[in-house]
Design a protein around this ligand. Structure first.
Ligand SMILES: [Zn+2]
Length: 263
């Protein structure tokens, strides 16, 4: 499935990914937010050729968000912006494991520009907030006037059950708390799409993560090992844990919470 539809002045492109959550990219007010994965470029490129935009904002450097950015750079010659922390990794070709190359394709290197504290689309000035946790270089974009938030991978799902090895739940919690100090309504998530009551959904995710962290710390203080806590809180292992050779695992949720409470 490859669908294009409008939600509140935002063109949403929804791509169905086998055995995974959907993948989205968005265009609003002449700005493309994220570029999808290279593995879907035969569908994405014709959309990009038709759509009206003159700059690109990337929420982070992961390959399912930056996959067609090299094509855009070569063919459309428009500026592409990312957090300064993401520039170097974007210059490399497919700097991620084989199983991710199999799903998302081999993104070539490209050369984005550093995004500032704001980014201007044709008529809107977007605030840019650094929101590490899912990735060091993760940002979100907020239009304070309409309360529209492009949340990248900050939300994804209300109840996080597995994360990647370099993700951090405590950092994610801090980032979500910071974003929640601002007002927003509609949220555009790169894996859940358009969410009308974004702030309420984000608050629920925060509640879940705070409770989960509290439980992890309690069990650890009561002498349980990381593996025992994992078994107690997340009984089942998901296929992604085996497919990714452990890069995705609920264990990393536990470890990131315990590491932070020790420091
Ligand atoms: Zn990501």
């Amino acid at each position: 499935m490859f669908e294009v539809y409008e939600r509140e002045n935002v063109t949403c492109v929804e791509i169905e990914v086998p055995n995974m959550p959907d993948l989205y990219l968005f265009v609003t007010d002449g700005m493309l937010v994220d570029t999808g994965a290279k593995s879907f470029e035969t569908k994405i490129i014709p959309f990009l050729q038709e759509a009206s935009f003159d700059k690109v904002a990337l929420t982070h450097s992961h390959e399912d968000h930056t996959g067609t950015a090299p094509w855009i750079q070569r063919n459309l010659h428009i500026p592409i912006y990312i957090s300064p922390l993401g520039i170097e990794v974007c210059s490399l070709t497919a700097p991620y494991p084989k199983y991710r190359q199999a799903v998302w394709g081999n993104r070539e290197g490209f050369h984005p520009l550093p995004i500032g504290d704001t980014i201007q689309s044709r008529n809107i000035e977007w605030n840019v907030f650094q929101t590490p946790g899912h990735a060091d270089d993760h940002i979100v974009l907020l239009d304070e006037e309409t309360g529209t938030l492009f949340s990248g991978d900050l939300y994804v799902s209300p109840k996080t059950k597995v994360i990647m090895r370099d993700e951090s739940i405590p950092q994610l919690i801090n980032s979500i708390r910071m974003v929640l100090t601002h007002d927003f309504g509609s949220m555009f998530c790169c894996h859940a799409g358009y969410i009308q009551d974004g702030k309420r959904k984000m608050q629920r995710k925060l509640d879940y993560l705070e409770n989960l962290s509290g439980e992890v710390k309690n069990l650890y203080e009561n002498g349980l090992s990381i593996e025992e806590i994992d078994q107690k809180l997340f009984r089942k292992k998901y296929p992604i844990t085996f497919v990714s050779d452990g890069e995705w695992d609920s264990l990393h949720i536990i470890t990131s919470v315990i590491d932070q409470s020790k420091s």
